[in-house]
Ligand binder design. Sequence first.
Ligand code: NCD
Length: 317
Amino acid sequence: MTTEDYRFAQPHFLGIAGLNRPEAESLLDLADDYVEQSRRTQKNSDKLRGLTQINLFFEPSTRTQSSFEIAGKRLGMDVINMALGTSSVAKGETLIDTAVTLNAMHPDLLVVRHSASGAAELLSQKVDCAVVNAGDGQHEHPTQALLDALTIRRALGSLDGLRIAICGDITHSRVARSNVALLNLLAAEVRLCGPPTLLPSDADRWGADVFHNMDEAVVGCDVVMVLRLQSERMDQAAIPSTREYFKFYGLDRNRLAKANPGALVMHPGPMNRGVEIDSDVADDPAISLVTKQVEMGVAVRMAVLDMLATTRMEAAK
Ligand code: NCD
């Protein structure tokens, strides 16, 4: 892709909501290029040299934070990870104060993860740089949805008309919300499945068919995406026991056999093995896309960072 093809109308990347299909597809096309760059021995370019990216993660994260760090470095940026446990946030500084302080250091990109829905958008109103949402509460996790779409597109060619089941703890999942929005944009057919205690009552209005029986939900599906039980977000137990949960909602080979032949398995990680997914399917490279998702994560984040930074630099000319 050339810079002329960049058609990103937004100054920030806060959610899939507000993105149109050409924007989503051009991000995926650009990410395809970055998959190739990341597979080379010399992985770094100087595309965004001289720019500064700050990662501000108020929630623990392994893959998303390292993925954004690697993505920024592969584009030649200086990347700073704020260690929030030792920062002034631990002394009671608010989200806004932290952002205003960091803003004074003139970063170009701020990547934010926070437990409150809407935190990234709030920050974007207080700083001069581009803000990327790396997960805000239960609201959105847009780069996860993009990396999932890229993974599916590369495995199956196109998302148009595919049937995809998203199963598990939907209520607490920003991954589910962003995925439903993007999969709809890309013309896939989406199903949501989980126990009634873990499926919001308005889920049928998200643009997906709702199921409570997983054996029925996977029938005719090309992809089964399993989500983690997010116990840290539950104020009371939503399931009787993890053993019983696995019996009804765990993905194992028997259950997967009810989906289309060759159906593929996804999970955003971290996985609770034996709770929502059996290791037997999670670790089988013939059917599991889990490590591909991680690889695609770096490429998609490079695309998002590049698109935002380039659009900003063009506008400032
Ligand atoms: C997801 C998240 O943080 O929302 N994980 C991730 O980004 N890799 C899903 C989860 O925590 O279960």
